[in-house]
Design a protein around this ligand. Sequence first.
Ligand code: ADP
Ligand code: MG
Length: 308
Amino acid sequence: MENVRKVLTELMSKRKLDTKFQNLMSSVYEDADVLAFCEAHKAELSSDSVARSASKLYEYVQERDKFNRHEPTLMPGYQPVLIVNNHMIEVSYKPSKQLLADEKQREFNSRVKSVNMPKMIRRAHFEDFYPDENRQSALNAALDFVQAYETDPHHFHKALYLSGSFGVGKTYLLGAIANELASQEFVSTLVHFPSFAVEMKNAIGENNLAEKLNIIKEAPILMLDDVGADAMSSWVRDEVLGVILEYRMQNELPTFFSSNFSMDQLEKEHLKINQRGESEPLKAKRLMERIKFLATEVTMVGVNRRQS
Ligand code: ADP
Ligand code: MG
C-alpha cells in the first residue's frame, strides 16, 4: 500500500457505501491512531485488506474511546490495540496498567492471610513504625527475623513473642513483618487468637473443625495475635493452642505471638487456672515451654497509640 491517506479517502468515496455506513466510517478513516497504524504497517497491508478490516477499525475506535473515557468496554481492564495478523487488521486487547497494578496488589494481599484481624494491618509498614527508644528493640528484633528468614527460609528461625500493654503497636508490628515478608513472596497467616478460639468452640460437633485447625496449624508463618486477651477454657488451651504449638514445634515452623501478658504472666496467671478455678501448673508449664521454643520474648513499652 503506497499512500495510506489516499487509500482511506478512496475507501470512503468509491465504494457503494450507504450513507449510514459512510457516516460511521468517516471518523474511523480520519482517526489519527488508525492513520498512524496503517502508515506504520503499510508494507504488510493492501487497500483491499484495509477495506475488509473496516469492522475491526470501527471496533478499535469505539473501544479505545470508551476506554479513555473510563466507560464500560467489551473487555473491562483491557486496552484495545491494533495489530496486523496475516495481512489483516485485528484488534487485540492488552491488560491495562491499572489491571496489572490491581493484579499485583491482589497477589500481594493474598500473601497476608488474616483471620479476624483489624484492617489496619494491610497498611502496616516498617518505614512508618515510629521507633521511640522503647520500641526500637522490638523493631530491631523484627528486622533481624525478617533478614534471617529471607536469607534462609528452609531452616528454623525463632520468632517473637511481643508483650506489652494495650495500644503500644504489637499488632501493627506483626502486620509490618507480614507485609515485608509478602514483598519477598512469603505467605504469613495472622490470627486474632481469641476470635479464632470462639470459632473453634462453635465448630465443635461440625466436621470441619479439624480442617479449620489444620489450616492454621500448618501455615508456613503463623502470627497469633492477642493470646491471653480472653479467658481460655482448658479445651481451647489443650486442644487448640496446645495442638497448634505442638505441631509447629515438631515441624519447626515460625510462630509469632502478641499478648498483653509477659510470658511469665501468661503461664502463671492465664494458662494455669482452668475454667473451674483449678490450678494446672504442669499443663501451663508445658505450653509455655513450647512457646519459648518457638519465640523470644520482646517487651514493648510506650504510649497507647490508639486514637479512641
Ligand atoms: P496493640 O496491638 O499493642 O494493642 P496496635 O498495634 O493495635 O496496638 O496499635 C494501636 C494503634 O496505633 C493502631 O490503630 C495502630 O494502627 C496504631 N499504630 C501502632 N503503631 C503504629 C505506628 N508505628 N505507626 C502508625 N500507627 C501505629
Ligand atoms: Mg493488638
